[in-house]
Design a protein around this ligand. Sequence first.
Ligand code: NAP
Length: 289
Amino acid sequence: MLLSGTTKLLGVIGYPIAHSLSPAMHNAALAQLGLDYVYLPLPVKPEDLEVAIAGFAAIGVQGFNVTIPHKQAVMALMSDISAIAQAVGAVNTVSWTEQGWVGTNTDVAGFIAPLQPLSTNWSQSTALVLGNGGSARAVVAGCAQLGFGQVQVAGRNAEKLAAFLHSWSASSIAVNLSVHPWDDLPALLPSADLLVNTTPLGMHPHVERSPLTASDLELLKRGAIAYDLIYTPDPTRFLQLAQASGAVAISGLEMLVQQGAAALEGWMQQPAPVEVMREALLDRLRSPK
Ligand code: NAP
């Protein structure tokens, strides 16, 4: 990559941010497209968020991604927020526009991208979502966008589950949503067409863990889709067990690539080189620097 006097700046804010895979993925894409941009990891402490974003405007940053712990706090600093980001309650992508900073959420587009080729009509399908945290919100919005007939969310904390359900009643997203205690899973699994893990169970370094056991996963229909949002390891134990029971497996790596591609397409108004981005991520995961 050749930096010049005209190179424009993109980046990702978070704290900590040093382990982010986004710079590798975006810089590979920018180089492939021959664009005079660089994408940097930008460590921003929570107490510095407002001043950092004012500074980005002052130095002509074109756009940035947002990760933990800023995905909600950054919303108060936007001139406008897309309907999908409002429904999810989090912004992960920000663009500089004539009206100022505009926030959106590309996790939803990232989540649905690997599902779209598998069916054009999900109206008779049931999605079962494990966990009710931040990424479960993007998953529910994604399932609503695909037109799932039913979306069931299972969690371990009754109060958080009730709050999760309530939060969608006031949102612009129409979804046939129900929440269930974790103990109901054996009864729910046989009718799930899509099973999504949004818990961190099985994430590196606890790779031997899985949100469900082999015998739980044997309850799935043959040909059901098992989707793990975790991307390290790839595949997770959950996906291995689900695949052994006849499920189709989708790794969180695909969501990561596709949310990045959607962000880049928003900034550059041109198709993203998805293959190049996927390869850059796989390279980093194979040999972390
Ligand atoms: P989060 O907001 O902390 O939510 C995690 C959820 O998992 C919570 O509902 C939590 O339950 C539940 N949970 C945790 N331990 C559990 C256990 N032992 N049994 C049952 N439920 C449990 O986290 P997040 O931001 O949604 O991220 C979750 C995972 O998704 C992470 O591994 C992250 O790396 C991955 N992710 C991937 C992508 C991608 O692009 N592929 C994007 C976003 C996130 P409580 O609410 O009861 O605490």
